[in-house]
Design a protein around this ligand. Structure first.
Ligand SMILES: Cc1cc2nc3c(=O)[nH]c(=O)nc-3n(C[C@H](O)[C@H](O)[C@H](O)COP(=O)(O)O)c2cc1C
Length: 234
């Protein structure tokens, strides 16, 4: 009897050790945890796309956006950044014979941006204040979503953009709240079209020179925290 017991416990120990050595169970657990967090708003496996609308690479918008993405990454998200100024795309041409499937006729770099936004969980849009509102680069991109607006509101059909979270961050040289509000109202409109809920915002005034935002650690800290919150759930 005791011999049976001890051989059973040896077998149990062997199986336990085998489970520890074999990579398969661990892989399974990882895959399952990825699957279980996907789409539930938790950090791991979430895809966060940052879009910068500033022409000044390494400037204030760029630095602030990087901080947000760093925060998201620290919570396990996959992050990517697009700099609109590096893309080649045309402003909306108001084609009257648009395809009625929510897509745009213009075949340029923005086609890739549509595809990317359709595949992410969180969008962080970043723009400096130019003439009291968004930069031209940012507005030019937004206008190109008219096809999605038409599909959603006129044709009342699925425009291909699934529900995601959205955040808007901005900087300006002055300290004018109304400028940020102008920009925000356009972004809210844009987010509604692409089915992004307006979850977070961060506005940093009084930054004008390139990299001046580095002298504002509170702004950078807030950006990092914002990135973390975006992937933390809810
Ligand atoms: C074309 C242009 C227009 C601007 N218009 C405004 C404005 O209306 N209000 C303001 O506060 N700052 C304005 N600024 C200042 C920028 O918002 C500020 O320099 C910002 O930090 C630039 O961000 P960036 O480094 O990411 O490009 C303007 C700057 C430029 C180049």
């Amino acid at each position: 009897m005791s011999c049976v017991r001890s051989s059973t416990s040896v077998l149990r120990t062997f199986v336990r050790e085998l489970l520890n050595i074999l990579p398969l169970p661990k892989l399974t657990i990882l895959t399952l945890s990825k699957l279980s967090t996907w789409g539930e708003g938790k950090g791991e496996g979430m895809r966060v796309l940052g879009i910068s609308g500033s022409p000044r690479i390494g400037g204030n918008t760029d630095i602030l956006l990087d901080k947000v993405l760093e925060g998201a990454k620290s919570k396990g998200a996959e992050t990517e950044k697009i700099i609109l100024n590096k893309l080649k795309f045309s402003p909306c041409q108001e084609h009257e014979k648009v395809k009625d499937d929510g897509t745009c006729l213009l075949q340029d770099d923005l086609q890739d941006v549509y595809k990317k936004i359709k595949a992410i969980d969180v969008l962080v849009l970043a723009s400096p204040v130019f003439f009291g509102s968004l930069s031209a680069q940012t507005k030019m991109m937004i206008d190109r979503f008219q096809c999605a607006w038409r599909a959603k509101y006129i044709l009342k059909k699925d425009n291909g953009f699934r529900k995601i979270k959205g955040a808007f961050i901005s900087v300006e040289g002055s300290d004018r709240k109304d400028f940020f509000e102008n920009a925000k109202s356009i972004v809210r409109n844009f987010f509604a079209v692409i089915n992004a809920s307006y979850k977070e915002e961060l506005f940093c005034p009084d930054v004008d020179g390139k990299e001046e935002i580095l002298k504002k650690p509170d702004c950078l800290e807030k950006a990092f925290g914002l990135g973390q919150r975006l992937v933390k759930g809810g």
